[in-house]
Design a protein around this ligand. Sequence first.
Ligand code: GAL
Length: 811
Amino acid sequence: MKSSIKHISLILLALVFQISIKAQTRDVITLRNGWKFSKGHHPEAVSPEYNDNSWEEVTVPHDWAIYGPFDKEIDKQVVAIEQNGETVATEKTGRTGSLPYIGEAWYRTSFTLPNADQNKKVLIAFEGAMSEPEVFINGTKVGEWKYGYAYFYFDISDYISNSKTNTLAVKLSNKGLSSRWYPGAGLYRKVQIIVKDKQSIDHWGTYITTPMITDQMAKVNIKTKVSGAQLRLVTDILDANGNTVASNTSETLYGNEFDQNIALEHPNLWSPETPYLYTAVSKLYARDILKDEITTRFGVRRIQYDRNTGFSLNGEITKFKGVCLHHDLGPLGAAVNTSALRRQLRILKDMGCNAIRSSHNMPSMEQLELCDEMGFMFLAESFDEWKKPKVENGYNLYFDDYAEKDVVNLVRATRNHPSIVMWSSGNEVPDQWGSEGVKRAKWLQDIFHREDPTRPVTVGMDQVKAVMENGFGAIMDIPGLNYRVHLYEEAYETFPQGFILGSETASTVSSRGIYKFPVEIASMKTYPDFQSSSYDLEYCSWSNLPDDDFVLQDDKPWVIGEFVWTGFDYLGEPTPYDEAWPSRSSYFGINDLAGLPKDRYYLYRSRWNIEDETLHILPHWNWEGREGETTPVFVYTSYDSAELFLNGKSLGIQKKDSSTHQNRYRLMWKDVKYQPGTLKVVALDKHGNAAAEKEIKTAGKPYQLILEPDVKTIKANGEDITFVTVSVVDKNGIPCPTATNQLEFKVKGKGSYRAACNGDATSLEPFHLPTMKLFSGKLVVLVQSTTQAGDIELTVSGKGLKTGKIKLKSY
Ligand code: GAL
């Protein structure tokens, strides 16, 4: 009896916390709070009577595996990674992050339907469930899916109770050998209940395109799929200030679809520089009774892929200065979080990046919304595998039954986002070999075209010789090459499209703040500390250096851009340390796993950010024991030349030239002999006059902790996060670039400690515990809001160091 009272009170609590956005006609309930979670096999948990008191309370989005512990045994595999050109199987660790994502787990929650009656239709929608979700309502299975990255929904009208509390149980199972990176685990994206009239707009039923755009006018075509009879659709288009700028009423149904063309005068165009958004408000009436109302944001922009001019946005030739991103958010794991995504995009925006590729799967809705708002073009990808396996339990298990459904859902759920300018049906699929693969490529591309005739389709192709021979490359709308810079020219000559996209480039490896000597270009180079050198000269056997791509981007008008592997480090795939425990995350990132920029950030920034000046010196200047030894200095800058000074003495002027790929994009003083002190670079303008300067100094002993939040105020919604960069300086305020002090974190007031990350790919410290070592003098602490507004204080302390404190606010 006692436990059932507790059970009921928990349900009530759960209901209070449900976030409900009430429109006039439909309810959208985001099931965020009040979830119970348990790992293991719990088939009896489908029953509404099941007692889940002992289960953990969680909020969704949730990633059950990110709390670790890291464990070598979890993903130990004896395999040859064929995509990396390996032929002999060896022991691999850390491939999927060495986090406990494998196995079965259950989630339970309950909900009531505020305005439900016999005339309502009720849907449950998932934006991603890792993986093989099975969904039960009130004890009955209502549906299942397979792919952990897919969006899907079920009509649950026949299974719910309108008057009583409904119980939802979700079973998830992750197989081992199912991924090439850390996939995350659990309900890591939104889950929503949608209650609407039976006569209503279909889920994902709105499709907005802008087939004609001039300065004077845009033709906005809105197709709206509906259910019901004697219907009338009224659509208003609102500008960014919420003013109605055009309207249309339609009573003609083509099958179950309204097809409206609305003239929008003097349209504001969407672009990365001016991400202007309109909103369409669609109201559905049945005999003058309002039955449904939804809003859809869209943009007016023209994309063209032309065999002579390449890619143009709104009539202007534009190259993709893009990065590939995995879905994990470092210390947050796969659990989607808007603040973390926004921070990533801010960092990338400052770098001059204009495009994102969601490698190698469906992006989160939150990420697409931010890209629409902040101005990033988007390459939305679907699969890393088709029918031929890369990993034993990968998508190959589902391809036949699910590929079409997964593509359809991807397109229908996301096609109104102006940011999306291209689809990708696959990445380096082994099906590039053989005629069956060519048919599959065509079949998938046709599905994309059927669902969205306005955007082209690419595949990231790495078997370039094979796809030149068998026709695979020729049928793609956009031939995307992954690496293989030496084959670009030949592929361009061979393929009919007239242009090539660098769908995946560079895969240069580095560890933030770590420099190795001698400084030399090297492939698959490893060191005893399992780090890679931040001189940005190390790459993989299949890949190359950033400068090699820059040359192609700059010299070949038919190369339409690149997507660098990767914008941020991610969990898993610790190449070149695939066999070296405890490496457990990537070295590919332009930014590390904590989101802190590596030197490479400034190399890309110097070329991509054409508005702002870049002047960055590397390495750091704390080389006790290397006095007199050759310690090359590189400068990444938007200027063409600069003069370097060590302790006031000139080490000469360097100028960019075309003698090597590196000389063209970097200023390098290769023979500097290390002496402690001040290293200063003075950038020179075209006339040889000093235009900017920057200096770095040798630091003394770590003395004081410095805290810098990315934002000082956060929303009191229990989700918002501020990312506080913690660094240590000496008595004179000079950053200590090699400090590794163990730090402790405390959060007081209306916030909580969420996680920390130092970007060290070999660290086994769990992210969620309030202690961590500095790596190369830095780490990042994530402070999350509660649902109450007020003051928050973060204190960071370390033995022998002056404590750092910062006051934050939530509202
Ligand atoms: C590519 C692959 C990526 C990643 C990368 C590492 O071949 O598409 O997923 O594995 O290599 O360099």
